[in-house]
Write a protein that binds this ligand. Structure first.
Ligand SMILES: Nc1ncnc2c1ncn2[C@@H]1O[C@H](COP(=O)(O)OP(=O)(O)OP(=O)(O)O)[C@@H](O)[C@H]1O
Ligand SMILES: Nc1ccn([C@H]2C[C@H](O)[C@@H](COP(=O)(O)O)O2)c(=O)n1
Ligand SMILES: [Mg+2]
Length: 233
């Protein structure tokens, strides 16, 4: 399990799992680790990639191809929230109403779900899809997890195409209806685009033209990961 290199998460939610007096070290990306006495010699720093884009821009679709080709662990924030929603969680009804209205769930809840998946994963390469959706999400991730992404993929897709794709998705999602889509698009523009700009200014953003076939789009995505893997060796 990747949690063998447990990070010194600042969240009080997980402090119970940490050993406070163990030696600490920080990776080049600012991820803070705390060495456990049973930590083996093969520990590696996590690789974090955010995948952003409007509703229906193809994030989940491209993530599946990245997983297949580059072996990342895919964490979709929306999927984690939907799973939490149907799991008898104390947050269930709040998540249901928030998603139905196309709004954003409070960051503490979403980051907690992502953190839990990261902690229990065997993989150290994470593809975090649909997160951060807002500056609040971004700051909460940095504060709670203490890490920044290595790279951020942005699937740039015209609204008309996104609406068309969402309306023909047919997966029974409560938010795949025209009224909620209009709200999600407004939220995307107001809250998510500032995050995209933030990472562009930091030189971490890879803007992908998300119009075309799935394979054509992946032709733009693949070299980003190849270059990263090449640089990481
Ligand atoms: N390049 C593409 N061309 C046409 N349809 C596509 C393309 N990529 C994905 N789709 C389809 O569009 C729909 C939305 O794609 P997907 O679920 O990957 O988007 P998403 O960005 O994850 O959306 P959301 O934010 O709502 O979860 C799906 O039905 C998918 O099969
Ligand atoms: N960081 C996030 C990600 C998702 N949500 C909520 C609100 C979204 O409309 C919904 C569906 O997400 P998707 O599957 O489209 O990525 O989930 C959120 O509040 N915060
Ligand atoms: Mg998705």
């Amino acid at each position: 399990m990747w949690r063998r290199a447990t990070a010194t998460f600042k969240s009080s939610l997980f402090l119970g799992t940490l050993k406070h007096n163990a030696p600490r070290f920080t990776t080049a990306t600012g991820f803070h680790f705390q060495e456990k006495d049973w930590m083996g010699p093969k520990q590696v720093a996590p690789v974090i990639t955010f995948v952003l884009g409007g509703p229906g821009s193809g994030k989940g679709t491209q993530c599946a191809k990245i997983v297949e080709t580059f072996g990342f662990k895919h964490l979709s924030a929306g999927d984690l929230l939907r799973r939490e929603m149907v799991s008898n969680s104390e947050y269930g009804s709040m998540i249901l109403s928030t998603i139905s209205e196309g709004r954003i769930v409070p960051s503490e809840v979403t980051v907690k779900l992502i953190l839990r998946e990261m902690e229990f994963s065997d993989n150290h390469k994470f593809l975090i899809d649909g997160f951060p959706r807002s500056e609040e999400n971004r700051i909460a991730f940095e504060q709670i997890i203490g890490a920044e992404p290595h790279m951020v993929l942005f699937l740039d897709c015209p609204e008309e195409e996104m609406v068309k794709r969402v309306l023909s998705r047919n997966q029974g999602r409560i938010d795949d209806n025209i009224d909620t889509i209009k709200k999600r698009l407004k939220v995307f523009e107001a809250l998510n685009l500032p995050v995209v700009d933030y990472y562009a200014k930091k030189g971490k953003l890879y803007r992908i033209n998300a119009v075309g076939t799935v394979d054509k789009i992946f032709e733009q995505v693949r070299p980003v990961f190849e270059a990263f893997e090449h640089g990481a060796k």
